[in-house]
Ligand binder design. Structure first.
Ligand code: PAF
Length: 295
């Protein structure tokens, strides 16, 4: 695996690289969720690029940019073991040189949930969109892989790709969880043992909602209430807990087709997000009426 830090070195490294090229963009702090993406990417590509860039543009002034876990040596070793060919770790000035003055803004999707001004705000997704657009232009991947844990981010990136005609397929892989249900996140390192225990209420809430839907309850209020009860029992007050269309994040009154239950909550110093896709149970297909035809 080659470590490259500049766009020029990346392009040289990719000049004769066999296709398909896969890209796994990350902010480092690699965990099993990232490594699942890397292994999956490895299995379907001839050339695999893992990028590590803690993107200042997607952090608000009061967020954890400085504290965000950074251990490049460990990340590079994990990426190498998982099969990466190129490890792209640019500095901030390589991505945002002096005078950088371009924005990429995806519309309505970025103003919901995390994009609400009371949460991270749409500026967060503006930061994600610009860096992902830049990484796509730098690497020119055939496929890029993201995790379903950041469900809204995945939708925003799909929309970016569609609207700007990036010639890349976006694969979104299921959330990887610890055995106790906690969704893996680089931010879990902020949690003390007690906070980690409390954080389990997030996945318990999502599972409670899933269980209710599996039992046939489709009413949004009742499904959300089941999740809220678990959060409250665990001492968590969510920043939001909402049932939305998994296609466009519109508000839904009932679980139908593919519906996303998303939650964000502060646990100690960490702000954690999680989600589950809820699907209404299959209705038995009524047998067609028996018709007799005369010979
Ligand atoms: O999901 C992340 O780690 C980041 O938001 C991404 C997609 C690498 C952009 O910085």
């Amino acid at each position: 695996m080659r470590v490259v830090r500049t766009v020029a070195a990346l392009r040289t490294g990719l000049a004769d690289a066999p296709r398909p090229i896969a890209l796994v963009p990350t902010m480092g702090g690699l965990h099993e969720g990232h490594l699942e993406l890397v292994r999956h990417a490895r299995a379907q590509s001839a050339t695999l690029v893992v990028s590590i860039f803690v993107n200042p543009a997607q952090f608000a002034a009061d967020e954890d940019l400085d504290a965000y876990p950074r251990d490049e040596r460990r990340d590079a070793e994990l990426a190498r073991e998982a099969g990466a060919d190129l490890f792209f770790a640019p500095g901030v000035e390589e991505v945002y040189p002096p005078g950088f003055d371009t924005t990429v803004e995806v519309g309505g999707l970025t103003r919901e949930l995390e994009g609400d001004p009371a949460q991270r705000g749409s500026e967060h997704f503006r930061g994600v969109a610009i860096v992902v657009a830049k990484l796509f232009n730098m690497v020119g991947p055939d496929v890029a892989l993201f995790g379903q844990k950041d469900a809204q981010q995945a939708l925003v990136i799909r929309r970016l790709v569609r609207d700007l005609d990036f010639p890349v397929r976006v694969d979104v892989l299921p959330t990887v969880r610890d055995d106790d249900g906690l969704a893996l996140s680089s931010r879990n390192v902020y949690l003390s043992a007690g906070e980690r225990e409390r954080a389990l209420a997030l996945s318990r809430g999502l599972r409670a909602a899933e269980g209710l839907v599996a039992a046939g309850e489709l009413d949004a209020e009742r499904v959300v209430a089941a999740a809220r009860d678990e959060l409250e029992a665990g001492g968590l007050e969510p920043d939001y807990l909402e049932l939305r269309s998994a296609e466009d994040l519109s508000v839904v009154a009932r679980v139908n087709g593919s519906t996303l239950l998303c939650v964000a909550a502060r646990v100690g110093p960490a702000r954690l997000i999680d989600n589950v896709i809820l699907r209404a149970p299959e209705q038995p297909v009524p047998s067609p009426p028996v018709t007799r035809s005369s010979p």
